[in-house]
Design a protein around this ligand. Sequence first.
Ligand code: SF4
Length: 365
Amino acid sequence: MLPFIAKNIDKKLESIYSKVLNGIRLSKEDGICLYETNDLIGLGKIADHVRRARHKNQAFYVYNQHLNYTNVCKNRCRFCAYAKDEGQAGAYAYTCEQIEQRLLDRIDEPVKELHIVGGLNESLDFQYFIDLLKTVKRIRPDAAIKAFTCVEIDYLSNLSGLSLDETIQQLKNAGLEMMPGGGAEVLNSRVHEALFPKKIGHERWLEIVRAVHKAGIKTNATMLYGHIETIEERVDHLMALRELQDETKGFSAFIPLAFHSENTQLSHLPPTTAMDDLKAVAAARLMLDNFDHIKAYWVMIGEKLAQVALSFGADDLDGTIIEEKITHTAGAKSAKGLTQDQMEEMIKAAGFEPVQRDSFYHPVN
Ligand code: SF4
């Protein structure tokens, strides 16, 4: 007999809950059902059951700082509001001295992670990236460097003329410790062709992640949802990540990213709803049975819904961030950063115990 929480839930969710309780992996059809159900509360209860079995009442966050070294990008993906052409108003690329200054500006804060991503700027050479990593490590030796999407790694491999493995090794030697996992958007050829044809496709994305994990560097994984992708394509994306995780065990967290359309070529598309956002978190928690951490990225879904998402499968709210640029260029209405106190209050008010962590989920005192 199913426990009390299964009473009065969507009939289709009953069999999924039974599978979850018995440790049976969910199928593609189950994944589609998770997104299609209108029983949000039933879905949330199942996801919360799994979340609490792994993390009890704890909810994680990191004291981090974002550094977007350039917004010049040759790819110009249709969904991206951030990228600019060289010479266009607002286009920039930080020198290493400017990066150093941005770090020094906040040197009194207990930053534990630097999140560093940027566009594919053809005026920067490979040595720039080595110098950038070394600069950050010199100024912030105690903070982990989480940098570069697979798109940037592919680009840097071409730029350096080195093999993929050698490129990763050189970046690692210069200070790269973790990767944020973006750039896949949705692992699907149709979506790739329609929205980001110049960017690497899903086979190459998986190949790069595999190589990065082999080099001993953990990554996160993301999915950009709420644009032209279908529910089936979302589920395929989750299953591809789950399969790779079985093989490498190198993923640390999964982060569903709600699409923001303002200032993009898809500005006619409406924003995601709270239903979409909570389902994205819960479905990820239940499909990705081999991922420890599911993040509710408060920048994209807002602070209030991120609090609710902690009861729908999420165990991590990402970080304090300090100066988020990318999603705000696309119209995000959330704060650009939160203080540590605000982050902890948010978690406590949602009924959870805040745990400050480093990039590798070690608790920070
Ligand atoms: S999403 Fe990334 S690769 Fe695409 S245009 Fe924006 S910065 Fe460039």
